[in-house]
Design a protein around this ligand. Structure first.
Ligand code: 3NM
Ligand code: MG
Length: 510
């Protein structure tokens, strides 16, 4: 039986969520707002009360032609003639439920691993409840938090099946679009989202459901921009770089840096040299105003404090809602437990147009995306060039963004294309902030050139690394000290040349 899973309401009768209101009335409002299927889930009442409430709920759902499914209790579903059941892994086996229920009953199965999902598909489940997406106070005994990355792996594993899929756990208005967007595997998408508290506990369940329905039907703003129009051979891409730099200078982007204090001054000077407008603000609440400009947000967690993550999350939310670029530089990502946890929280809490880091940081970003990880394990061993390119590509593909892995050779990927950049100079490694500034520069270019994020970031890196080469070649540059002012001068020189349409600085250099 086919069912519209797009906005799936799961009920909860606990006082903290239902807040003393009448469940039937809350469900009716939610349906009026756009809920397409209802699951009655009640873990505490006696069977008599369950049957009575289920019967009342069924009166409501039937009125709107919305299917009612019963969590766990096949007997209750049978007693009231519900349209189906939802079974957890510890509930009645699928085959038994199938035998007991009418032929056309809907049966959904909770799954949190590829194995469970494949088994449920093989059994003939109508849909899978895939979770736990994000940790949630509504259900604390969930098996594992799998995030969008884990969900994507499950969707990929069942891509040949027409089974329905819904994600559950911690989904709300501010993350629902990203959940759908980032969970999508190459060949299968979520059919819907299952919500408990964001609808049942809402002051206005109808308005909440309406908002969900609207959000679900639209792509997130950050996804609208980048849509590279051509296959882009590296050569063709590179030839576009001077124009992209010119555009960046003309746009004069604002770049909001939540950056470490060690490099703040240097990075601000780099931004000024290339013709951008930097603001250094670690204060998350300021983002609601700053995100309104034509600009980007850089999160660089180099000097993380106990307040940083909540500030970052506020700012990321503001920029994500606006659709303005967000760059993440997970400095020292693997260094401490606190930083590892920050990476996980930030990646679960928002969308990054670009993740930029060295090999260790990118590996940590890859590993913390989901409980079920694949590939690269942690450890001191370093990757060869091919493995680095593959990791950058896989992370970008999984997150549906752009990834830049910096090093002697930089690897840049948007999940499809991978570019290795060999430019730069060893002096860059002798001056603090030179790596961090790449995040800021990328923000400027991502703001100015939205139609192809890979080309935007590539343009920024090339401008930066060619300026470094030019600076290092000056005869008065004797070491890192004299390199710094020369480097700012050369960034400024390229910016001036690019603004005039002069490409001579670039020819034969990339
Ligand atoms: N099942 P909320 S998470 C009922 O992971 C349930 O299988 C889960 O509640 C699972 O929308 C969950 O309030 C609760 O976060 C989801
Ligand atoms: Mg159960």
């Amino acid at each position: 039986m086919s069912v519209d899973l797009s906005l799936y309401l799961v009920t909860d009768s606990t006082p903290a969520i239902l807040k003393g209101r009448d469940l039937c009335s809350v469900v009716e409002q939610a349906i009026q707002g756009g809920v397409t299927v209802v699951q009655y889930r009640d873990k505490s009442n006696d069977t008599g009360a369950l049957v009575e409430t289920a019967r009342k709920l069924h009166q409501v759902t039937k009125k709107y032609n919305v299917p009612l499914l019963i969590n766990d209790r096949v007997d209750v579903a049978l007693a009231i003639g519900a349209e189906g059941v939802h079974l957890g892994q510890d509930d009645m086996k699928f085959e038994q439920a199938k035998q007991l229920l009418p032929k056309d009953a809907i049966i959904g199965i909770s799954t949190s691993t590829v194995e469970e999902a494949k088994k449920a598909v093989a059994d003939g489940a109508d849909y899978l409840g895939i979770g736990t997406m994000f940790a949630t106070p509504t259900k604390t005994n969930t098996k594992s938090v799998i995030g969008t990355a884990g969900t994507q792996i499950i969707l990929d594993a069942i891509k040949d099946s027409s089974v329905g899929t819904v994600s559950i756990g911690g989904i709300n208005h501010s993350n629902v679009q990203r959940v759908i967007y980032q969970s999508k595997s190459s060949q299968k998408s979520l059919d819907g989202v299952a919500i408990v508290s964001a609808i049942v506990a809402a002051d206005d369940p109808k308005a909440s459901a309406q908002k969900f329905a609207e959000l679900i039907n639209n792509a997130p703003r950050f996804a609208l921009a980048s849509n590279p129009s051509r296959a882009n051979e590296t050569e063709a891409l590179i030839s576009d770089v001077p124009q992209v730099i010119r555009k960046m200078v003309e746009v004069h982007p604002l770049v909001h840096n939540m950056i470490n204090f060690v490099v703040s001054n240097f990075v601000a000077n780099v931004a000024l040299s290339i013709g951008a407008s930097p603001i250094m603000s670690p204060y998350g609440d300021e983002a609601t105003d700053l995100c309104k400009f034509d600009g980007a947000l850089l999160i660089n967690m180099g000097t993380l404090t106990s307040e940083s993550v909540s500030n970052y999350l506020k700012a990321i939310k503001a920029y994500n809602e606006r659709g303005n670029p967000v760059i993440y530089d997970p400095v020292g990502a693997a260094a401490t437990q606190i930083r590892r946890s920050a990476v996980t929280q930030l990646m679960a809490g928002g969308y990054f147009d670009l993740i930029k880091g060295n090999e260790g940081e990118i590996r940590q970003a890859w590993g913390s995306g989901a409980v079920q990880q694949r590939g690269v394990d942690s450890g001191p061993s370093t990757l060869d060039g091919n493995q680095k390119a593959t990791l950058a590509r896989d992370l970008a593909r999984r997150e549906r963004n752009v990834v830049l892995m910096t090093g002697a050779t930089d690897y840049l990927s948007d999940g499809e294309r991978v570019i290795a950049v060999e430019n730069g100079h060893p002096f860059l490694g002798q001056v603090t902030g030179t790596g961090c500034a790449i995040g800021t520069i990328s923000g400027c270019f991502l703001t100015a050139h939205r139609s192809d994020r890979l080309l935007a970031v590539l343009s920024g890196i090339l401008m930066y690394e060619i300026a470094a080469e030019n600076a290092a070649s000056k005869e008065y540059v004797r070491g890192p000290g004299s390199f710094v002012p020369a480097f700012l001068d050369e960034l400024y020189a390229i910016r001036t040349a690019a603004a005039q349409g002069d490409e001579s600085w670039f020819v034969g250099r990339a």
